[in-house]
Design a protein around this ligand. Structure first.
Ligand SMILES: Nc1ncnc2c1ncn2[C@@H]1O[C@H](COP(=O)(O)OP(=O)(O)O)[C@@H](O)[C@H]1O
Ligand SMILES: [Mg+2]
Length: 328
């Protein structure tokens, strides 16, 4: 059965809308992906981000449909992010999706944002086998794998996510938001200075590294601090991913989330996997950060498995779950 889905993403800084078509067998095609991003120097203020999303939602959805060359009547299902995310932002996306579903009499599907990051990475690469996911973004840093039909977290940050640590550091030195691309650029001219490295089993921690990086700036070049931050944080992620691959006896990694754009991280994972006769699939850069197309892909998968689907009579039961975990 061919299915066309409109996906709506609004967990944090990005309001995204994307249209995806599923061929009924095994192929997902992204027909459009539009986004409007909210940036603020001081970091994200949830109510202001939600206001931004409310203003941008109608136009973003309209342009996504136009780019896909579709009208609402051509769409079969509508999907939205249930969480994790910031409550005011989540409510904007879920309300937009609910209004469209009711107005156009379409089924509504709730999607876990983290599953969607992994699904788009898998579907937009050649990954066909069981894998370990390295999910690294502004709000999450987790090493996961699917066992008995559901994702389990094998390793994760004990405090802040890697993207958040980089953004926080970048903000402290006025490098703007998001910090990831700027820090990556500066790191190219850096050399290693010591920073704390913290891996416990398959878990890791980044808050101490970020604090120390800010302190170290008084006596070191910013390029060296950026380089060293990347080195210790990405090595920790790499160490954990290697341990999980070994534990599960798997040979494939999937790298996803906004930080997956980072070439140094990609390179480290490539070296590690090649040394263990394994391989890594990296999500295409344009779909690494938050976007509506990933919500549409997982929306179609959920719909086919009848997970979190609502029709007109039970649509009022839909909610957002800001602190939902991927293993829930
Ligand atoms: N080239 C890069 N290197 C490292 N981090 C990056 C890069 N590009 C983007 N990021 C980071 O990705 C994060 C945003 O990813 P995204 O998946 O959209 O986040 P979230 O859903 O957690 O809000 C930000 O923390 C940003 O700094
Ligand atoms: Mg995200």
């Amino acid at each position: 059965m061919q299915i066309k889905c409109l996906g709506i993403e609004s967990t944090a800084h990005t309001f995204g809308a994307g249209v995806v078509s599923f061929n009924g067998e095994d192929k997902f095609e992204i027909l459009s992906s539009q986004k409007a991003c909210y940036f603020e120097k001081e970091g994200i203020r949830p109510t202001l981000a939600a206001q931004h999303h409310t203003q941008k939602a109608p136009e973003t959805i309209k342009v996504a449909l136009k780019e896909a060359d579709m009208k609402m009547t051509d769409i079969d299902i509508i999907a939205y992010s249930i969480g994790p995310g910031m409550t005011p932002c989540l409510i904007v996306g879920s309300t937009a999706a609910k209004i469209l579903a009711l107005k156009h009499k379409k089924p509504l599907v709730a999607v876990n944002h983290c599953v969607a990051h992994i699904d788009i990475a898998k579907e937009m690469t050649e990954c066909k086998e069981a894998f370990v996911a390295v999910f690294v973004s502004g709000g999450n840093s987790q090493i996961l794998s699917k066992t008995e039909g559901r994702y389990r977290i094998f390793g994760e940050t004990q405090d802040i996510a890697v993207g958040n640590a980089i953004d926080k550091f970048a903000r402290s030195v006025d490098l703007g938001f998001p910090g990831g691309p700027v820090v990556e650029k500066l790191a190219k001219d850096g050399k290693y200075i010591g920073l704390p490295y913290s891996v416990k089993g398959c878990d890791f921690s980044f808050a101490g590294i970020e604090t120390q990086a800010e302190r170290t700036l008084k006596t070191n070049r910013i390029e060296d601090v950026c380089y060293s931050m990347q080195e210790v944080m990405f090595s920790a992620i790499c160490e954990s991913a290697e341990r999980v691959l070994g534990h599960l006896k798997l040979k494939t990694l999937v790298l996803c989330g906004g930080v997956a754009r980072n070439k140094t991280l990609q390179e480290k994972l490539k070296i590690m996997t090649s040394e263990r006769d394994a391989k890594v699939f990296c999500v295409p850069g344009e779909y690494a950060g938050d976007n509506g197309a990933m919500i549409a892909i997982t929306g179609i998968k959920n719909y086919l498995k009848k997970i979190n689907c609502f029709d007109k009579k039970d649509i009022r039961k839909t909610a957002v779950i800001p602190k939902i975990r991927i293993d829930q």
